[in-house]
Design a protein around this ligand. Structure first.
Ligand code: ADP
Ligand code: MG
Length: 351
């Protein structure tokens, strides 16, 4: 089949390898001609994501369309919905944090306390303020830890904001799953995620999470993806606190915390995404061994040099300009023992 990918980032790039192995061709749509996907795609349409003519050109050329990020034009997705297995409901909900959290609650899923900010009196601490739309990797977020933080916060009239209670979680997890068009949902081994400045730094997948937490998180995820009638790879982030699973957000696409599945699981989130969107059944995926994924941001490229001295897998995203907090690549460590995986991680990140 010919698969169109809206968005030319690393997720599209990593979908392409299994797509080619499965005999498909890839056409990407992205405004940047040297985006990560452009290095591996069979063809590219260089245009803005909301360029109607370019979108329709992609539709004409492809048998199926997928999007690899949330910044897609919803109206266009709805217009060509029959070609887009991921559909529009997940996209619509995930574009706005307020809508997304209300939706999770409507399905009986616990969330942190949250409220739309309407007036200055809505601010309190400890809390976290987030733009309702457009935020990612911790962008558009402000922590309120004191009265002085409230006095100094500057909210921009152009945005709307949500305030959430700041919770002291025990740990963060994500459940990545893939749902096929027959309604089957498979979940990958659950990762524990560690963030720095709101950006994912490492994911650890050790199969060491309390089985009750695991089944609750998997059940919530299945409830969401099924209600959204979504087809493809999908991810949900949760906080775990006092043995409770608390929804944070979801992503209607493959997810950074699932990159480990390329080497650390028997079937990757990208392979199953391609299976699902091309009308095939999803395949169960199990952990190969204790696995750690390390993100390489612009300021962390020294990790790459050190990873060459260890048996780890390095993925580079072909980004021409390295910037602070920009995801340049990732490293995956697959080991026989948790302790050995941690030794390699500590060597790479020098801790
Ligand atoms: P993004 O879309 O930028 O990933 P998130 O809501 O996932 O936004 O926030 C990024 C990170 O900030 C989370 O993974 C978590 O570490 C921290 N964080 C976000 N919301 C809260 C909260 N209510 N309480 C505690 N930590 C939070
Ligand atoms: Mg997040």
């Amino acid at each position: 089949m010919i698969i169109g990918i809206i968005g030319g980032g690393q997720l599209g790039m990593m979908m392409t390898e299994p797509a080619h192995k499965l005999g498909h061709k890839i056409i990407g749509l992205d405004p940047t001609n040297d985006c990560p996907l452009s290095f591996v795609a069979d063809d590219m349409i260089i245009a803005q994501y909301d360029d109607v003519e370019a979108f329709e050109n992609l539709v004409d050329k492809c048998d199926v369309i997928t999007y690899e990020f949330e910044n897609v034009n919803l109206d266009l997705v709805e217009k060509y919905i029959t070609l887009i297995p991921q559909k529009s409901k997940g996209l619509k909900m995930s574009k706005d944090r307020l809508v997304e959290k209300k939706y999770a609650r409507s399905l009986g899923i616990d969330t942190v306390g949250f409220k739309k900010i309407e007036k200055i009196k809505d601010l309190y601490y400890p809390a976290i303020v987030k733009t309702t739309t457009g935020g990612y990797d911790g962008k558009g977020q402000f922590k309120l830890s004191s009265k002085s933080d409230i006095d100094h916060i500057r909210l921009n009239d152009k945005y709307s904001y949500i305030i959430e209670e700041l919770i002291e979680f025990d740990y963060e997890i994500s459940v990545v799953c893939t749902r096929d068009c027959f309604g089957n949902v498979i979940t990958y081994p659950i990762s524990k995620n560690y963030h720095r400045n709101g950006i994912l730094h490492t994911s650890e997948i050790f199969n060491d999470i309390d089985p009750i937490i695991q089944s609750k998180a998997k059940e919530y995820t299945q409830r969401l993806v099924t209600d959204l009638d979504y087809v493809g790879t999908f991810a949900v982030e949760y906080f775990v606190v006092n043995n409770k699973v608390i929804f944070n957000e979801f992503a209607p696409r493959p997810h950074n915390s699932g990159h480990y599945t390329i080497e650390g699981a028997t079937v990757s989130q990208f392979t199953n995404h391609i299976h699902a969107i091309t009308g095939q059944k999803v395949i169960e995926s199990t952990l190969v061994g204790p696995t750690i994924m390390i993100n390489v941001l612009g300021q962390d490229t020294a990790y790459l040099k050190r990873s060459h001295q260890s048996a780890s897998y390095v993925h580079l995203y072909h980004k021409s300009v390295s910037k602070i907090d920009r995801k340049m690549g990732h490293i995956t460590i697959v080991s026989d023992k948790i302790g050995n995986a941690k030794i390699i991680k500590n060597h790479i990140i020098k801790e």
